[in-house]
Design a protein. Structure first.
Length: 385
């Protein structure tokens, strides 16, 4: 049912038109089919019964009486649903529907008696018509069996009620899928909104620090920094990014930090494996891990530190590992660092859970001297199960 609902999601405007005119047209077509389908019972063996236009008209009204019964039943259900629940709702609805069916049937036979004449109709109309039209005060014990007949007649509502029930279930599931898509997109937008300004802030600080020494190295550094800032402003808006491009920006980031902190840090970045054009990762996934490693090692101390990064592509999977030193003597973190403490890895976990539920591996290990992260993730967009 879920797979069917996901397929029908793209056709929701056809299944559930917003236009009142289209909805009325669909209902008219259905009830026309409903009446014609039951009239086909007379073909070919009982066609003689409906050759008389008056009899045919009476049968059309007979089956058509379930139209007001159905819509009145919907109103009754909506009203009772506010009062009763579960079994009590079912019992109350059954009693009310029985009463509605009986009243509409009485009105049907009254119409036939006054405008067609029960004597001009087949014997079954006359027999049941007389029983339905008897006043309650004069009814005999056998006359009350018409309520059992009403109960049996309610089987004609099986098709419209069944279709309405299926439509309700599909509408509910479509709404859940739509809400889930909106929640996922909102959360991803929120995660990116948190990551991007923080990342740009760090880059601008790095550029400012290096520009104190005006030389060619600073010019190259500024170009690389501008490339990274351009990435966070434009490419970061995409949900997925080619692995080659993500690793390119990781390389740019590592180069910048190697230049800026070369006197007090050792940074190694190794890449192995063949990258295909189809290989993609969630945007900012890898660079967030790298930035997090620098934040808690290189940025956190004025002493010696190191960051080792390895990226290996194995078929359609990525094995990405980072190991960084933990500072023995840390610098006092600024207000921004305290506010964003732990946000990197939390966002990574949420992003992986949203895109690759049960299809990724994230392992974090640390001791007094080192902190390491191992990420294994598929190199493609998520697929529907």
């Amino acid at each position: 049912m879920k797979i069917l609902t996901e397929n029908l999601y793209n056709y929701r405007n056809i299944l559930f038109p917003l236009s009142i005119a289209k909805r009325v047209l669909i209902h008219v077509i259905f009830w026309g089919f409903f009446i014609v389908n039951h009239l086909l019972f007379f073909f070919p063996d009982f066609i003689e019964r409906i050759k008389d236009p008056q009899v045919l008209y009476a049968y059309v009204l007979y089956y058509g009486r379930f139209i007001p019964v159905f819509y009145l039943g919907r109103l009754v259900y909506s009203a009772l649903g506010k009062i009763f629940k579960d079994l009590m709702l079912f019992a109350a609805l059954l009693v009310c529907m029985l009463a509605v069916t009986h009243i509409v049937t009485v009105l049907f036979y009254l119409y036939c008696q006054h405008y067609i004449g029960l004597a001009n109709l087949p014997a079954n109309f006359t027999t049941f018509g007389m029983r339905y039209l008897k006043p309650f005060s004069t009814r005999e014990s056998t006359d009350w069996f018409v309520f059992i007949y009403d109960l049996l007649e309610m089987q004609f509502l099986t098709l419209p009620v069944g279709i309405k029930l299926i439509k309700h279930i599909v509408a509910r599931d479509i709404k859940e899928i739509s809400d889930q898509k909106d929640r996922v997109q909102s959360e991803l937008d929120y995660l990116r909104a948190q990551l991007t300004p923080h990342f740009i802030f760090n880059m601008l600080n790095a550029v400012q620090a290096e520009l104190k020494y005006i030389n060619k190295k600073a010019s190259k550094y500024l170009i690389q920094a501008a490339d990274l800032i351009r990435f966070t402003l434009y490419d970061a808006e995409q949900e997925f990014i080619p692995l080659k491009k993500e690793l390119h920006y990781v390389h740019q980031f590592v180069d910048l930090e190697s230049i800026r902190t070369s006197r007090r840090s050792e940074i190694v970045f190794e890449m192995q494996g063949e990258i295909q054009e189809t290989h993609q990762v969630p945007t900012l996934l890898l660079i967030t891990l790298v930035e997090n490693a620098f934040k808690h090692s290189v940025y956190a101390t004025n002493g010696f530190s190191y960051v080792n990064i390895s990226s290996e592509v194995c078929g359609d999977w990525l094995d990405f590992r980072i190991t960084n030193s933990k500072p023995q003597h840390t610098k006092e973190p600024d207000i921004g660092q305290k506010k964003h403490k732990g946000i990197g890895l939390d966002n990574i976990r949420k992003t992986l859970a949203l895109h690759f539920p049960k299809r990724h591996h994230l392992e974090i290990d640390q001791n007094e001297e080192t902190f390491s992260v191992i990420l294994k993730t598929p190199l493609s967009k998520k697929t529907d199960n």
